[in-house]
Structures are given as structure tokens and as C-alpha cells.
Write a protein that binds this ligand. Structure first.
Ligand code: C2E
Ligand code: CA
Ligand code: CA
Length: 877
């Protein structure tokens, strides 16, 4: 732009200068021409005056001498003409030339010529100047200056004439002044051209059309004429004219513009050339500058676009990018950083728009301890080239995230920073860790957590020379709750237990759900065994209070086994195993207690494991035998039923009573296959007796709570009956009262299903549990077997009798038969007879007997014979 302005200025100045010079030149040319015209006019006037005077002198001479004068002598004796090439002659009144200034022939008559006729006619003595005429003797073009000659009387007497060639006027003017193409002319007021000289050629009116001569109306003037008519060319001339003062003639001078301008034009041309050259140079400079700057702009634009595109691309991602420039102190250490660039996302991390973020310093973006830390990290990155880490954002930071991944890369004058929000990923990771370490039901840490924690706690304690206490806690009777109230109640209890345990402990102690109803408490540190014992006692006290469940209140106690690190093991597995053994010992000792680990427990546990394996093997090999105990009518002693009781023939120990292995089979779950075995054996026995055509009575089979809750008793019975072709009325089942205390709905369904098979149900050990009478009524129970502990009181005290009486009365009301269990004496039989107890069972009738002894009893039928007879005798007596 500057170049264009300069070029315009240059050409403008040049052009205006040229224009100014041109107008100056024209003015000058016109003034010059006018000067020339004045000089020419003055010279012409002089020439005309001369001719005027000569003719006047000749006229006077002629008139005084009365026509006797001779011109030739006159001129040779005095009148000296300044220009000899003009000839004077006298023409008489007849028109014949009579005298001449030059010695030359006089020539022909001119009476017919215009000038002669003019003077003849006009009574004027003035000078007359003719138009150009052709001389008759010479044939030359001439102009005549004439004056009338008068006779004495004043009449016309002839004419004096001076003839000049047109070229005569040309001598007045210097050729050098006119130049090669200059022009000059003598024009009459009559618009007749007397003479015109252009260059070297001379023309007159004889050559020119009259009307083409301009009028020259003003006396004098100057003008640029594009076409001077007499010049014979069409060149422009500066033309000036001036009228002679005493004669009707105009002197005209023309200077060729071309010639005048030639020199100036050279200057102007060089001006213009210089201007054009200057402009071209300026234009080239401008062009180069424009190209360079355009290239620069384009590059800048491209770089900008690439940068923008990069930021836009990165904005889509989850990463924030920043370019931080180091601000250094005098020693060159970086004291702060300035954000020279960033993407929108990066700005958003700080809760700012990008426009606001740019130019901000790190110190204004972050707060003090954090700021110092970041500057240190930046320094590290600038030293090593790269720094990256996952970092937990302190709450006081301006960054609105929990976790970030940050990566710093060294740049020329600072660092390029990448931030990524990894809060979500971290949260997920932590959640996974938590899930892996936490028990779903109680929210307590789980076994996995414990196995990670315990070694750390042990290591920590080792340094402090202290102890770690491991309390292995098992809920007493939890299985019962689970079995009888259902799993949801069991879950509820476990949750409540978790809370109870936590509240009984110091906040630094950890409670872990180890599995099922087993909890572990880690005491870290604990001073000595007494400290651990005190915690165990505190837990026991806490569990005295019952648990409020949606199914009512429940009380559970805990059995706690304690092992101590380092004395009871130096790895977590050993510590836990030993605490478990101690817990088992506590349980065996009678529940609700705690026990410290002692090495001899190990032996006990080993024995138990052996027992389990032996029992499993016994079931597989069927080391069992069924004994049968008769049940008789109280009054008549008639055999009405048999109870099947299992016996284990241990290969080494001999006969093992059920009291020692049935509870064990229940806790280990082996009761299920054992129960199936029993049912099969009973049915097989009945089938055998039937085959032997022995009249049999119904046989009742004991079914454990666990079996009953598994819900497969009905299927078991029906499949056994089917296998051996036994009618259902020959099998009865005995359920302990506690079996009735579980989930009412499912018990009802199960009992109803069994009854539907035609199987009678006995409530065993009645009086030891808390079965609801209304439930018993809805369940369609057939027989109540009153526990032996009540029978044994009969005859001992009054309460025994009262209780029995109440049961009999109640059973009658519910339409059930009552059986007295464990009747051992005749006295008891008599009391029971008076109490109207329906049936009796016990040693007084018979001990349980092997199957081979039964047919004899069946045959005998009335088994109370002696007693009944005696009673009858006594009655008779
Ligand atoms: P239970 O069902 O109450 O069985 C009656 C127990 O009382 C039997 O003990 C029997 O021998 C004993 N008994 C009978 N009359 C008298 C008496 O006059 N005086 C005394 N002192 N005892 C008497 P046994 O056979 O040792 O059975 C013990 C318990 O083992 C049974 O108690 C029963 O609960 C369980 N049991 C036995 N066989 C089986 C079985 O096949 N399956 C299941 N689930 N449990 C069984
Ligand atoms: Ca029984
Ligand atoms: Ca019983």
C-alpha cells in the first residue's frame, strides 16, 4: 500500500509538474510570438512608410515639374533607396509607363489594372497598396504601392507606383527566429494575403483562396492555431498578430509548436520516464513485499488452523492440554508458570472458559501448598523430560476432580501438560477392591480382606513387641434359627450380630465375617491373654441381650476360640486354624464360653475328623442295624406299634449307641444319607416279615429336624414304600417338637404332604420344646409322645402327675393319642392307667430288640400280661 501511494504521488507530482510546465510553456510561447509579431509589425510599418514617402516625394516632384522629371536621374542624384530591389515607375494618364527608377524597359500599358482605375476614379492622394498581381512584362508576382498624380488643375495625371516582390516583406524577419517550420504573413484588412512565408516557401493571394484567411478582428493578439491556412501543412502554431498603426495591414508571426516544444518535451519525457521507472520499481517492491507477506500470512493461517484443529480434536476427548511457560527469576530458576495455550476441556477442568484461562499464572490458578508442589513437579519434568503419575486431588485444589492422571513433557521454555480425569475409573477400582474385601450381607470386611490384613497387623506388632489376638466366634444355635425360622431370619440375625459385635469392641479392633455364622475379631494390639479374655467376656455379655428380629426376639450365645500371635502361630493360616479349634473346644465345653488355644485341641479335632470319615464309611458299608421297641396299649398291654431305633456296629468299638453319633451326623450333614438308609432298612424288614407271613404292626421311624427341613422326607418315604411294596399305614414318623418351630408355611406343606400319603405323624420328646398347640391342631398330628423326663417323675412327686394329666386332657381335646415314653416301673404303668394315657413304651414292656426277636413279640401280642393280670387280681382283691 505504501508503494502504491508513493507511486501515485510520484506520477501525480510528475504529471502536475509537466502540466504546469506545459501551461507555462504555452504562455511563454504566446508572449514570445506576440513579441515577434510586434517587431515584425514595426519593421513592416517602416517599409510601408518608406514606400509612402518615396511616392509622396515623386508625386511632389512630378507635380512641381509639371511632368518634366526623370526618375532615373532623380534616384541617381539624391533619393537613395534603402532597398534597391524595388522599382519605382510613373504611369501617365493613359496608362502607359513613362519613367522608371531603373534602367529597364518601361513595359506595357496598365490602364485596365485595378489600382490604375482606382486612382483614376478616386480623388485621393493617399497611398494605395494593391493585391498581388502578375507583372505583364516579367510575369512575376508583384505588390504595388501607388499614389495618384494630379495635374495643375487637379485632374488625374497618372500614377506613381512602387512594385515589390512579396519576398520583399520576408527579408524583414530573421529566419533563425522562426525556425524550420515557423511562419509569417502580411495580411490586408481586406483579408487578402499579400505575403506568407513558411519555411523557405513564399506564397501570396494568387496562390490562396481568399476566404480561407482568418479575420484577425482584434488589433493584436496571440493564439494557438492548429491549422495555419497558408502554411501548407497541418502543424499547430503559436500565432500572434499585430495591426500596423498607420496602414490597414496585419503582421502575423507563427512559431511551430512542435519546434518550440521539442526541447521541453525531452525534459518532460525524462520526467515521465523517471516517474514510470520509479513506479515500476515501487510496484516490484510492493509485489515482492506482498508475496512475502502473503506467504507469511498463509503460513501463519495454516499453523493457526492446525493448532485450532488440534485443540478441537482434543476437546472431544477427556484430556485437558496446557502449554505452560516458565517464569524465571534472575538466577534462572522457575518461580511460576504462565498458561500460554490450552484446550477448552483443559480450561473447563479449572472451571474457566479458555479465553479467560490464557495468560493466567499457575500461582493464580492454584493455592499455596499445592502450587509449590506443582512447581516442583514441573521442575522435575523440565530436568528429566517427562513426568507422569496418578494423583489424588487434595480437597483445597481448584481442580474439580478426585483423581487425575497427569503427564508433563518438557518444551523449549516450559512444559506441555496433559490432565485426564480418572476419578470414575478410580472409583470403580476402589469399589471393586471394596466389593472384594467386603461381605455383602453384613458390610463387614470378609475373609479376603482378613488374609491381606492379618500379615500386616502381625508385622506391625512384631516391631512393637506386642501381641495380636484372633477371636474365632461361632454363634450357638444359629443353625437352629436358620433351620426353624428360615434363611431370611438367619440373615437378619447375622446382620444384627455384626452390629452387636462392632458395638462391643474398640474402634481400632476389626470384626470380619469369616463365613456362615463365623466371625473373626482381630485385637491389635493386645497386651496379654487376659486382655483378649476380657474382650471375649465383653462379647458374651453383649450377647445376653436378645435380638429383635421381624419374627420375634431371639437369643443366641457365642462360642469363642482365641489364638494369640506370636505364641500360637506365626502365619495367618495357623492362627486362624488354632482359634477355630479353640472355638470348637469351647462349644464342646458347653456353649456361650471362650477357650484359649491349647495344643491338645489338635488331637481332639483329629479324632473328630476320624469319626466323620468312619461314619461316612459306615453309611457306605452299612454298618447299621435296626432295633425295635414295642409300644403297647396301657390298659390291655396289646402290642400296637414298634419304634425303629438305629445301632452302629463299629468294626473296632462294637455297638455304638445313637446318642453319640446322631448329633454328629446332624452337624456334619451325614444324617441325610443315614436317614435314607434307616428308612430303607425298616421297609426292607417289614417286607421280609410280610413275606414270612408274620402279622405286623406299624413301625415308627425317627426323622431328624435337618432331614425334615431338607423337604425330601415325603419323597423318601413314598419311594421306599414303593420299592418294597409296603402299605403306608405300616410306616409312621416321629418328629421332635423342635421340628415344629420353623417356618410355619413350609412345615404345614410338608406335614400335609406326608399325611396325604396316609402316614401317621408322632410328636417325639413332647414337653421339651415350645410347640404351639394351635399349630399342632392345624397340622393333623396323630400321636404325642411325652418325653421320658416326665414319665420318670411319675410316682416321685405330685407335679409330675398333674403335668401328665394336663397333657392327656389336652391331647384328648385335640383328638390325639398320648404315649408315655421310658416307662420303667409297674407303678408308673398303674399311674398311667389311672391317668388314661393311651399307650406306653419303655423297658417295663421291652428294651429295643433286634429284628429277629420281634416275631415272637408279634405272636405273643399282649405284652403287659403279668402286670395287667396282677392289676386285675388286685382289683378283684
Ligand atoms: P428317642 O426317639 O426318644 O428314642 C427312645 C430312646 O429311649 C431310645 O434310646 C430307647 O432305647 C430309650 N428307651 C426306651 N425305653 C426306655 C426306658 O424305659 N428307660 C430308658 N432309660 N430309656 C428307654 P436309643 O435307642 O439310645 O435312642 C436315642 C435317640 O436316638 C432316640 O431318642 C432318637 O432320638 C435317636 N435315634 C435312634 N434311632 C434313630 C434313627 O433311626 N433316626 C433318628 N433320626 N434318630 C434316631
Ligand atoms: Ca423316638
Ligand atoms: Ca423320645
Amino acid at each position: 500500500a505504501i508503494c502504491i501511494v508513493l507511486a501515485a504521488l510520484l506520477s501525480g507530482i510528475t504529471l502536475s509538474e509537466i502540466k504546469q510546465q506545459k501551461t507555462g510553456f504555452e504562455k511563454d510561447a504566446l508572449t514570445d510570438t506576440a513579441k515577434h509579431a510586434r517587431v515584425f509589425a514595426q519593421q513592416l510599418s517602416k517599409a510601408f512608410e518608406q514606400a509612402d514617402q518615396i511616392t509622396l516625394i515623386v508625386k511632389q516632384e512630378w507635380e512641381q515639374s509639371k511632368g518634366k522629371m526623370n526618375l532615373e536621374t532623380m534616384f541617381s542624384h539624391g533619393l537613395n533607396l534603402s532597398f534597391h530591389h524595388l522599382s519605382v515607375s510613373i504611369i501617365n494618364r493613359g496608362g502607359t509607363p513613362v519613367s522608371r527608377s531603373h534602367n529597364s524597359p518601361l513595359g506595357v500599358n496598365v490602364a485596365d489594372r485595378d489600382y490604375f482605375i482606382y486612382h483614376q476614379r478616386v480623388q485621393s492622394n493617399g497611398l494605395h497598396i494593391s493585391e498581388p498581381i502578375i507583372g505583364r512584362s516579367t510575369g512575376n508576382t508583384l505588390i504595388l504601392f501607388t499614389r495618384r498624380l494630379n495635374a495643375v488643375d487637379g485632374t488625374f495625371d497618372g500614377v506613381v507606383a512602387i512594385a515589390v516582390k512579396p519576398s520583399y516583406f520576408a527579408v524583414f524577419y530573421d529566419n533563425t527566429m522562426l525556425g524550420g517550420a515557423g511562419t509569417m504573413a502580411v495580411v490586408g484588412k481586406d483579408r487578402v494575403l499579400r505575403m506568407a512565408k513558411t519555411g523557405d516557401s513564399i506564397r501570396t493571394a494568387t496562390d490562396m483562396a481568399l476566404n480561407s484567411i482568418p479575420a484577425f478582428e482584434s488589433d493584436k493578439g496571440a493564439a494557438l492555431m492548429t491549422d495555419v491556412p497558408w502554411s501548407g501543412d497541418d502543424e499547430a502554431h503559436f500565432v500572434a498578430w499585430e495591426t500596423l498603426r498607420s496602414y490597414p495591414f496585419i503582421a502575423v508571426v507563427g512559431l511551430a509548436k512542435r519546434e518550440l516544444i521539442a526541447d521541453h518535451e525531452k525534459t518532460w519525457m525524462s520526467y515521465r520516464n523517471n516517474a514510470v521507472l520509479g513506479s515500476i520499481v515501487l510496484f516490484l517492491v510492493a509485489l515482492v513485499a506482498t508475496l512475502l507477506s502473503a506467504r507469511l500470512v498463509w503460513r501463519k493461517h495454516q499453523a493457526e488452523q492446525a493448532r485450532e484443529a488440534y485443540w478441537v480434536a482434543t476437546d472431544g476427548g477427556s484430556e485437558g492440554f496446557y502449554m505452560w511457560r516458565a517464569l524465571r527469576d534472575r538466577e534462572g530458576a522457575s518461580v511460576d508458570f504462565e498458561v500460554v495455550d490450552c484446550n477448552e476441556r483443559g480450561a473447563a477442568f479449572f472451571g474457566l472458559p479458555k479465553s479467560q484461562m490464557l495468560g493466567m499464572t499457575l500461582s493464580s490458578l492454584t493455592q499455596q501448598p499445592y502450587f509449590h508442589q506443582i512447581v516442583q513437579i514441573c521442575d522435575k519434568a523440565m530436568k528429566s523430560g517427562l513426568y507422569e503419575e496418578e494423583y489424588r486431588i487434595p480437597p483445597e485444589s481448584t481442580l474439580k476432580m478426585e483423581w487425575i492422571y497427569r503427564k508433563l513433557v518438557r518444551t523449549n521454555d516450559g512444559v506441555a501438560v496433559t490432565l485426564r480425569d480418572i476419578s470414575a475409573a478410580k472409583a470403580l477400582e476402589q469399589e471393586l477392591v471394596r466389593l472384594g474385601n467386603e461381605d455383602d450381607l453384613t458390610g463387614l470386611p470378609n475373609r479376603h480382606w482378613l488374609m491381606e490384613f492379618l500379615p500386616v497387623a502381625m508385622e506391625r506388632t512384631k516391631k512393637q513387641d506386642g501381641m495380636v489376638g484372633v477371636l474365632f466366634i461361632d454363634l450357638d444355635g444359629f443353625k437352629n434359627v436358620n433351620d426353624t425360622l428360615g434363611h431370611s431370619a438367619g440373615d437378619e440375625l447375622l446382620q444384627a450380630v455384626a452390629q452387636r459385635l462392632k458395638s462391643a469392641l474398640r474402634p481400632t479392633d476389626n470384626v470380619v465375617r469369616f463365613g456362615g455364622d463365623e466371625f473373626i475379631v482381630i485385637l491389635e494390639p493386645v497386651a496379654d491373654a487376659d486382655g483378649a479374655a476380657r474382650v471375649a467376656a465383653r462379647i458374651a455379655v453383649a450377647f445376653l441381650q436378645s435380638f429383635e428380629l421381624s419374627r420375634g426376639r431371639h437369643t443366641v450365645s457365642t462360642s469363642i476360640g482365641i489364638s494369640l500371635y506370636p505364641q500360637d502361630g506365626d502365619d495367618p493360616e495357623t492362627l486362624l486354624k488354632n482359634a477355630d479349634m479353640a472355638m470348637y473346644a469351647a462349644k464342646v465345653a458347653g456353649k456361650g464360653r471362650h477357650r484359649f488355644y491349647r495344643p491338645e485341641f489338635y488331637e481332639g479335632l483329629k479324632a473328630e475328623i476320624d469319626t466323620k470319615q468312619q461314619l461316612l464309611r459306615a453309611i457306605e458299608e452299612d454298618q447299621f442295624e435296626m432295633h425295635y421297641q414295642p409300644r403297647v396299649d396301657t390298659m390291655t398291654g396289646e402290642l400296637v406299634g414298634l419304634e425303629a431305633l438305629v445301632r452302629w456296629w463299629h468294626p473296632e468299638r462294637g455297638m455304638v449307641p445313637p446318642d453319640t453319633f446322631i448329633p454328629f451326623a446332624e452337624t456334619t450333614g451325614l444324617i441325610i444319607p443315614l436317614g435314607e438308609l434307616v428308612m430303607l432298612k425298616v421297609c426292607a424288614q417289614l417286607a421280609l416279615w410280610q413275606q414270612q407271613e408274620i402279622a405286623v404292626v406299624p413301625v415308627s421311624v425317627n426323622v431328624s429336624v435337618k432331614q425334615f427341613n431338607e423337604g425330601n422326607v415325603k419323597n423318601l418315604i413314598s419311594s421306599c414304600l414303593a420299592t418294597h411294596g409296603i402299605p403306608p399305614e405300616l410306616i409312621e414318623i416321629e418328629l421332635t417338637e423342635s421340628a415344629m418351630m420353623g417356618d410355619v408355611k413350609s412345615i404345614q406343606l410338608e406335614v400335609a404332604a406326608i399325611s396325604a400319603l396316609g402316614i401317621k405323624i408322632h410328636i417325639d420328646d413332647f414337653g421339651t420344646g415350645y410347640s404351639s398347640l394351635s399349630l399342632l391342631r392345624t397340622l393333623d398330628i396323630d400321636v404325642l409322645k411325652v418325653d421320658r423326663s416326665f414319665t420318670s417323675q411319675l410316682g416321685q412327686n405330685k407335679q409330675g402327675e398333674i403335668f401328665f394329666k394336663a397333657i392327656v386332657w389336652m391331647a384328648k381335646a385335640l383328638d390325639m393319642r398320648v404315649v408315655a415314653e421310658g416307662v420303667e416301673t409297674e407303678e408308673q404303668v398303674q399311674i398311667l392307667q389311672t391317668l388314661s394315657c393311651d399307650e406306653i413304651q419303655g423297658y417295663v414292656v421291652s428294651k429295643p430288640l433286634p429284628a429277629k426277636a420281634i416275631p415272637a413279640l408279634l405272636h405273643e401280642r399282649f405284652l403287659l400280661k403279668g402286670i395287667a393280670e396282677r392289676a386285675c387280681v388286685e382289683d378283684a382283691g
